[in-house]
Ligand binder design. Sequence first.
Ligand code: FMN
Length: 361
Amino acid sequence: MSEPEASEKGAVRSPLTDLLGIRYPVVQAAMGYVSGPRLAAAVSDAGGLGLIASATMSLAELEKAIEDTAGRTPRPFGVNLRADASDAAERARLIAFRRVPVASFAQAPKPELIAALKDAGVVTIASVGARRHAEKAAGWGIDAVIATGAEGGGHVGAVPTSLLVPQVVDAVEVPVIAAGGFFDGRGLVAALAWGAAGIAMGTRFLLTSDSPVANAVKQVYLAAGLDGTVVTTRVDGVPHRVLRTTMVDRLAQAGKVEALVRSARNAAAFRGVSGMGWREMLRQGREMRRGGLAWGQVLMAANTPVLLRAAMVDGRTDLGLMSSGQVAGLIGDLPSCAELIEAIMTEAGATLDRLEGVRKA
Ligand SMILES: Cc1cc2nc3c(=O)[nH]c(=O)nc-3n(C[C@H](O)[C@H](O)[C@H](O)COP(=O)(O)O)c2cc1C
């Protein structure tokens, strides 16, 4: 991969910029139905790393998205995939064949996929919410990890960013990308101070003029306070941080039978959206069951893509699910990705200058 143009004005170097060949140590975290070609290319073009979220795309849609993104920017970008998808190996082959520079895993990676991607020259990144997951992925040869703290949006662990990042940095040799709650240059410097090589942001990039989400949906996020999110297991059986809405409160109050009926309806709708047949859904369900999930949770797994799609694609803030980090409570504007990254880097520079003053005093 090419070296970053370190002589360019404002470019910074970290083990992450060196690994990925990017100007700034800023990654756009994968967001289903949000981080498609437009957002991913805008971030990469601005000097960060954009990631296409592919779990909510069919293989054909992913191929088109890769082509579209490559047509929008000459700079490196990546694809986020699920290692437990039934066509994960095909997706990895497509990423390698299309010469996508980076592949990141949503949830647990698999050693054979890491090896296949690395053999093809693709840089691999794993998302982790706990130290033992980082250690496992590092043992399998992963090139970098994104450590996401409990304040982050979407599926989250229990450990806050301020504790998880230093713990993971001390546990693995590979570059650690800090995530969960980042939005500005002070946060970037804090992450670097903990020993991270850069930051990844989801909610902050959702709230840009380059994100494809409807303005009415963005306004709901902007109106949220720091207490505006909640972690619920009622969506798909695992902890998920979302904006607290009437629909989410209703989910929390729903009885078991009502929740199952709703899940079955969503599973049917997801089948329509993803083009996945019942046979394939049942096969994946059986695999998940072998992995320890109960049938109720298997059905619930379809809730996330269906409800997320209702908000992010159809703009239904009343019916849909809005995954969100707590950081939504600190965000009040919708800059372009280029404006955002420039402001972060300028503030990071000013923060470092301020700290130099502290050291000299
Ligand atoms: C709207 C939204 C959708 C998300 N969808 C996914 C996804 O499809 N796959 C995934 O691995 N993570 C997903 N996430 C989690 C992000 O990748 C990331 O971990 C999180 O946004 C980081 O925290 P932050 O929002 O505080 O920056 C999503 C987050 C949001 C806000």
